[in-house]
Design a protein around this ligand. Structure first.
Ligand SMILES: Nc1ncnc2c1ncn2[C@@H]1O[C@H](COP(=O)(O)OP(=O)(O)OP(=O)(O)O)[C@@H](O)[C@H]1O
Length: 323
């Protein structure tokens, strides 16, 4: 599992008041963020500044103000050294249609400085890892979107980087393709120990994939937090009870009893009552309250909020993006 940067003592990516102004828009606005090892999801609506941040981190675009450090190197002056250790999967289709995946990835490996033999070996290994087999000898022009995304991922990994920056890797994929790609991304870290920064405009898909989530909106930082703390902090119990002769509205009676015990309670759909489950004692308190009222317990289950729900207090389009 990813530890927070301070715990791990290592920063993979650090920005300080990073600002990028284009003539008509401020794409990044004093962004200060500190990202440690593991899989980090960078989420934001279209135009939030995700691609701009990636280009600055790679040393491909200059910042207007502020600093960016990647693997301890300054992105403004050490872009070449950063790109030796960092893989990049661009958002848009940029693959040559006339060559095969093998030819293309070998070429990218050679560009990254690998000798011919290891470039071929690494290419075969990497294409297998991303799930391309016989088709790797056919021209890329005939590939499906999913296969092209895999080739883009393979070229980002072929030189054995310490970090990969993946810009919208699930773009254009159907739900099954998305799941496969997200699984691959997870394994990049678990199998090879490579850190990942992956962007998406969909909050929902990043919560399953990432250890840490950074949310930006209009170039500004909205949140940067461990995924677990998004969901754990909001864990709640869903409780459903029967009515009784003494309590014809059992649900209402339970809500009152739990509130009297100092618990945070919200009414759910139908007969559901949600109780904030800050610690284990809440389970006992709920059980005792139900027994005390003489109600029947239909079900009691832990319910973790999805990140998208946690963001319901965020700007409308961010919430929309998470659905
Ligand atoms: N080269 C450029 N010149 C002028 N404006 C730009 C340039 N690149 C990006 N922008 C603008 O900067 C803002 C941030 O764009 P960016 O591509 O970083 O966002 P994004 O979060 O990656 O969104 P998307 O997923 O749509 O690419 C947008 O308003 C975009 O129009």
């Amino acid at each position: 599992m990813h530890k927070s940067t301070s715990v791990a003592g290592v920063s993979v990516i650090q920005t300080e008041s990073l600002t990028k102004r284009y003539p008509k828009v401020t794409a990044l606005d004093r962004l200060t963020v500190d990202i440690g090892p593991g899989v980090t999801g960078l989420v934001g609506a279209n135009g939030a500044g995700k691609s701009t941040l990636i280009k600055i981190l790679l040393g491909l675009a200059p910042a207007s103000e502020g600093t960016a450090t990647v693997l301890g190197r300054n992105a403004a002056h050490e872009g070449g050294a950063i790109r030796e250790q960092v893989g990049y999967m661009p958002e848009h289709d940029c693959l040559p249609p006339d060559v095969s995946a093998t030819e293309f990835v070998v070429h990218m490996a050679r560009m990254a400085g690998l000798p011919r033999t290891s470039a071929r070996e690494r290419t075969a290994d990497t294409l297998r890892h991303v799930g391309l087999y016989e088709e790797r000898y056919r021209p890329i022009g005939g590939y499906s979107t999913g296969m092209k995304q895999r080739v883009k991922l393979a070229q980002a990994l072929v030189h054995d980087p310490k970090l990969v920056l993946l810009d919208e890797p699930t773009n254009g994929l159907d739900p099954a393709g998305r799941d496969e790609m997200l699984g691959l991304i997870r394994r990049i870290h678990s199998d090879f120990g490579i850190s990942v920064l992956v962007t998406s405009h969909l909050l929902g898909e990043l919560e399953r994939t990432s250890d840490h989530i950074v949310v930006i909106d209009g170039g500004k930082l909205l949140r940067s937090q461990a995924t677990a703390s998004f969901t754990e902090a909001t864990a709640s119990l869903a409780v459903e009870v029967t009515d009784s002769d003494a309590h014809p509205d059992g649900t209402k009676a339970l809500r009152t009893a739990l509130t009297d015990r100092g618990l945070d309670v919200t009414a759910g759909a139908g007969h559901l009552v949600y109780v904030d489950a800050a610690d284990e004692a809440v389970y006992d308190a709920v059980r005792d309250a139900i027994a005390g009222l003489g109600l029947g317990l239909i079900r009691m289950e832990q319910r973790r909020h999805r990140i998208a729900e946690v963001f319901q207090d965020s700007p409308e389009h961010m919430t929309e993006a998470g659905r």
